[in-house]
Write a protein that binds this ligand. Structure first.
Ligand SMILES: Nc1ncnc2c1ncn2[C@@H]1O[C@H](COP(=O)(O)OP(=O)(O)O)[C@@H](O)[C@H]1O
Ligand SMILES: O=P(O)(O)OC[C@H](O)CO
Length: 505
C-alpha cells in the first residue's frame, strides 16, 4: 500500500479529482464540467451517464498528471452534490430517468399540499429537515407517481434508489456495493438522524420500500473496491460524505460550536453541535456532520441561496465587471459615504427568512452611484446574509446549551471560490465582529473526503491530531468601529425589511 489518496468531488456543475499525499498536501487536480438539463422552468436534471463519464475521466486524468498508478492509491474518498436522486436498474446499472437535481422545484406543489395537510412536524422531528422539494424523497415520490413503468419495476424489486454517492459506489464497484454514508442519508427525508436508520413512517409517507434503499455506513468506512479494469487496478473506497459535510471535516470543525461557511454560487454554513441532534428554533436544518467509528456527530445548517451568484450577475447580467476578481478593486475604491444595498433575493431568501416570494432590491442609490458602489453592495450582501444566519445559529446553540466554542468572539472558518476575495473576507470579519480564517488548503471539500478515506485506511491520523495540523493561510481580524458596524447593519435591516414579502393583512 502506498501513501496517496484520491478525493472525487462530484459537484453540481463539475466533477473534480484531487490526489493528496501522505501529509494531506494536494499533488494534482483534474476537473470536467458536464451539461445542466432544464426540461421546464424550475426543473433541473443531470444525465447520470454524463456524471459517470466525467468521474471516470477525472480520476484517469489526475492519476496521469501525478504520474501515479491505481496501486499507489491507498484509498478513494467520494464527496458529492447532496439530495440529488438517481434511480437505476439493478441488473444493467443503467438509470431509468435523469437525475433530479437538488435545485429542481418540480415537487414544490406536492410539498405545499403535504405541509397544508400537517405532514411536516413528524418528518421534521425524525429527519431534522423541512418538507421542501430540496430533499430527495420528494423526488423519488415524483418518479413513482409520474412514471408507471418506474413504479412497477420498483415494486418488482428491480430498481435501486440512491443519492449521487451511492450511484457512483455502485458503478465503481461493478454493482457489488449498494451503500451510502450517514451524511448523505440525512438529506433524504427518510432517515431518522437520532436512531441512524431509515424510518418506517417517513418511508410510508413517500411510498418507498426500505429494500429499494442502500445500506447506511460510517463516513470513514468500507465501501468496497473499484473494479480492476477501470483504472488498471483496484482502489479501496474508504470515505464518503456530502460536500458540505466534507468541507466541515476538511475545516476540522470537530468541536461543538465550531463553524464553517463555504462560499460558492450559494453559501452553506454548518456549525458542529456534538453527538445530540438538537432541533432548531429558527428553521435551520439539523443534519449529520459525519459518522466515524459508529458515532454520529451533528450540525445545524443554513443556506444562503445567492452568494457568488450575485458576483456572476454583475459579470454576466449587468456586465459591470469583466471578472469576479474585479469586484475587489472596485469595492476598495467605492465611496464610503454612499449607503447602497443589494438584497440579492433573485430566487427568494433562504435561512433564516425562508421567503420564496421575495425578489431582489438595489436601494440607496444617488446620481453619483456607479459600478464600484454596486459591486461593494454585492459583496457586502454576502457578509450581511452570513451575519443574519449566524445570529440564528447562535440563538439555537444557546437554546440547546452547546458550549460556545464558535459563538461571538471566536473564529469562523471559510472556504469556496469566493474566499479568494480579500476585501470580502475583511468585510465579513468587520460585519460579524469576529475573526475569519482562510485555510492553507483551499480545496476543503476534497480535503475532507480524502481525510475520511485516509482515516479509514490508517494512513491519516485521528481527528484530534488532524485538527492540530489544520493550518490557516490568513486570519482577517475585525477593525471596523462599533458605531460604523451598527450603522451598516441598520442600513441592511432596513433594505431587508423592504425586500421581504409583507405578511398577509
Ligand atoms: N475573487 C472573487 N471575488 C468574488 N467572487 C468570486 C471570486 N472568485 C470566484 N468568485 C465567485 O465564486 C463562485 C465560484 O465558486 P465555487 O466554489 O467554484 O462555486 P460552486 O462550487 O458553487 O460552483 C462564483 O459564483 C464566482 O462568481
Ligand atoms: O455541488 P455544490 O457545491 O453546488 O453543492 C451542492 C449542495 O450539496 C446542495 O445541497
Amino acid at each position: 500500500m502506498s501513501g496517496y489518496t484520491i478525493a472525487l468531488d462530484q459537484g453540481t456543475t463539475s466533477s473534480r479529482a484531487i490526489i493528496f499525499d501522505g501529509k494531506l498536501s494536494p499533488v494534482a487536480v483534474a476537473q470536467r464540467e458536464f451539461p445542466q438539463i432544464y426540461p421546464r422552468p424550475g426543473w433541473v436534471e443531470h444525465d447520470p451517464e454524463e456524471i459517470w463519464a466525467s468521474c471516470v475521466a477525472v480520476i484517469s486524468e489526475v492519476l496521469a498528471r501525478a504520474g501515479l498508478h491505481a496501486g499507489d492509491i491507498a484509498a478513494l474518498g467520494i464527496t458529492n452534490q447532496r439530495e440529488t436522486g438517481i434511480v437505476w436498474n439493478r441488473r444493467t446499472g443503467r438509470a431509468v430517468h435523469n437525475a433530479i437535481v437538488w435545485q429542481d422545484r418540480r415537487t414544490a406543489p406536492d410539498c405545499a399540499r403535504r405541509v397544508a395537510a400537517g405532514e411536516e412536524p413528524a418528518l421534521r422531528e425524525k429527519t431534522g429537515l423541512l418538507l421542501d422539494s430540496y430533499f430527495t424523497a420528494t423526488k423519488y415520490a415524483w418518479l413513482l407517481e409520474n412514471d408507471p413503468g418506474i413504479r412497477a419495476a420498483a415494486q418488482a424489486g428491480e430498481l435501486a434508489f440512491g443519492t449521487v454517492d451511492t450511484f457512483l459506489i455502485w458503478r465503481l464497484t461493478g454493482g457489488e456495493v449498494f451503500a451510502t454514508d450517514a451524511t448523505n442519508a440525512s438529506r433524504t427525508l427518510l432517515y431518522d438522524i437520532a436512531r441512524g436508520d431509515w424510518d418506517e413512517d417517513c418511508l410510508a409517507a413517500f411510498g418507498i420500500a426500505r429494500d429499494w434503499l442502500p445500506q447506511v455506513r460510517d463516513s470513514a468506512g468500507d465501501f468496497g473496491r473499484v473494479r480492476d479494469d477501470l483504472f488498471g487496478g483496484g482502489i479501496p473506497i474508504r470515505g464518503v460524505a456530502g460536500d458540505q459535510q466534507a468541507a466541515t471535516v476538511g475545516q476540522a470543525c470537530f468541536t461543538p460550536g465550531m463553524a464553517k461557511v463555504t462560499y460558492g454560487t450559494g453559501a452553506f454554513a454548518l456549525v458542529n453541535i456534538g453527538t445530540t441532534p438538537a432541533p432548531s428554533q429558527n428553521r435551520l436544518l439539523t443534519t449529520v456532520a459525519y459518522q466515524i467509528a459508529g458515532v454520529r456527530h451533528y450540525a445545524l445548517e443554513g443556506a444562503i441561496f445567492v452568494a457568488g451568484a450575485a458576483v456572476q450577475w454583475l459579470r454576466d447580467g449587468l456586465g459591470i465587471v469583466a471578472s469576479a476578481q474585479e469586484t475587489q478593486t472596485l469595492a476598495e475604491r467605492a465611496d464610503p459615504d454612499q449607503a447602497v444595498y443589494l438584497v440579492p433575493a433573485f430566487v427568494g431568501l433562504g435561512a433564516p427568512w425562508w421567503d420564496s416570494q421575495a425578489r431582489a432590491t438595489l436601494s440607496g442609490m444617488t446620481r453619483g452611484t456607479g459600478r464600484a458602489e454596486i459591486a461593494r453592495a454585492a459583496l457586502e450582501s454576502v457578509s450581511h446574509q452570513t451575519a443574519d444566519l449566524l445570529a440564528a445559529m447562535t440563538a439555537d446553540i444557546a437554546a440547546a446549551n452547546i458550549p460556545d466554542a464558535g459563538g461571538d468572539g471566536s473564529v469562523l472558518r471559510v472556504d469556496g471560490g469566493m474566499v479568494a476575495n480579500d476585501w470580502l473576507l475583511q468585510n465579513l470579519a468587520d460585519i460579524l465582529a469576529r475573526p475569519v480564517d482562510r485555510p492553507r488548503v483551499a480545496e476543503t471539500t476534497a480535503l475532507g473526503a480524502a481525510y475520511l478515506a485516509g482515516l479509514a485506511a490508517d494512513l491519516y491520523p485521528q481527528p484530534a491530531e488532524f485538527a492540530r495540523s489544520w493550518s490557516r493561510e490568513r486570519r482577517f481580524t475585525p477593525t471596523m468601529a462599533d458605531a460604523r458596524r451598527a450603522e451598516k447593519r441598520a442600513g441592511w435591516e432596513d433594505a431587508l425589511r423592504r425586500t421581504l414579502t409583507p405578511p398577509a393583512p
